[in-house]
Write a protein of this length. Structure first.
Length: 345
């Protein structure tokens, strides 16, 4: 039977812990599962709950830190020092797996030894509103790692939340743990690093995990500028460490820098449309865009930002439909022309 090690870091999430562990041990037939709950010096009763769970099920182990070590060190303790099964899952104590997800991902990876990790759709939910999940697999996709890396650099955003990923443990130990320089985007860098060394599998049709959205989740605790800078650093770290294994690293670098510059300018421009210039760091976003892509003034969205600034923050929310329509047509024409130019037509 396929074996899976599930690492569950926990910090002040004791009230979610039973639900998370239950989704791993009670809803995953067809796989041999072991669980490690690592409490990172929680101030609530997480340790007591974890120890009570371990006392009731020999498949559960608990590690408790006497002092807070932070998420990166906690992750690495579990995936590098403890995990010994064929496959590993890292999931937060506030998330949960969809029934049967481990077997679905393991079946794909058992059939494709060239795949380093597999994932599927992750359902986002808020407390009290968790929707029903689909557990029927429609098909699989297996993508070359180089192709998957190129898509991620083009989009400049993670398509993975984390709990929906099953990683081949031998590959995880070969590529190493999470990067302490990336407290917010270490997952992006990790998926890219794994894809540099192996192919990527995707389960179509079935939901694989539930990702809980709440005010204390890490994804909501960072500002827009922090997010942009951390994403940029994640991609630059991959380029710095794996350029010799990447397809056309210069093109990848240009692609991600241009996309993040565009996103910064877009966020600044939209703050005028929504009447939020007082709470959006427009100047800092603009500065980041040019730091990221020196030719940012040649992007169509830059003209849109300049026009919004001329109109002003007070009037722009009222004129926004007219301005967006005109700029949208201009951007569409620009994109059409450049698409044909790139093809040499």
């Amino acid at each position: 039977m396929t074996s899976v090690s599930v690492v569950i870091p926990c910090y002040n999430y004791g009230h979610f812990l039973r639900e998370a562990v239950s989704s791993v041990l009670d809803d995953q037939p067809g796989v041999d599962v072991r669980v490690l709950v690592i409490d990172d010096a929680s101030r609530d009763n997480s340790v007591e709950i974890a120890q009570a769970l371990a006392a009731s099920d020999t498949r559960i182990e608990v590690a408790a830190h006497s002092a807070n070590q932070g998420p990166v060190a906690t992750y690495n303790q579990g995936i590098l020092e403890w995990a010994e099964s064929e496959y590993t899952v890292l999931m937060s104590a506030d998330d949960r797996l969809v029934p049967g997800s481990l077997r679905r991902a393991a079946d794909l990876m058992n059939a494709h030894p060239e795949v380093g990790f597999a994932y599927g759709h992750c359902v986002r939910f808020r407390d009290g509103s968790r929707p029903a999940a689909c557990t029927t697999v429609r098909s699989w996709s297996v993508w070359p790692g180089s192709w998957w890396v190129k898509r991620r650099f083009r989009d400049a955003v993670s398509c993975i939340s984390s709990p929906e990923v099953l990683v081949r443990t031998s590959l995880q130990k070969r590529v190493g743990g999470y990067n302490s320089r990336l407290p917010h985007t270490g997952d992006i860098e990790m998926w890219l690093r794994l894809a540099v060394h192996a192919d990527v599998g995707y389960i179509k049709g079935a939901d694989q995990a539930f990702y809980r959205m709440h005010e204390h989740s890490m994804s909501r605790s960072r500002t827009l500028l922090v997010d942009l800078r951390q994403r940029l650093l994640a991609y630059e770290t991959v380029l710095e460490n794996h350029a010799d294994k990447l397809p056309d690293p210069n093109h990848l670098s240009d692609s991600v820098h241009r996309k993040l510059a565009w996103e910064a300018l877009w966020s600044a421009a939209r703050s005028y449309d929504r009447g939020r210039t007082g709470e959006t760091p427009v100047d800092e976003l603009k500065a980041f865009a040019f730091e990221c892509w020196p030719d940012a003034d040649k992007l169509p969205i830059y003209a849109g930002l300049k026009l919004r600034q001329r109109i002003g923050a007070r009037a722009m929310p009222y004129l926004q439909p007219l301005v967006v329509s005109a700029l949208g047509r201009k951007a569409q024409n620009w994109w059409w022309w450049h698409s044909w130019a790139r093809r040499g037509l």
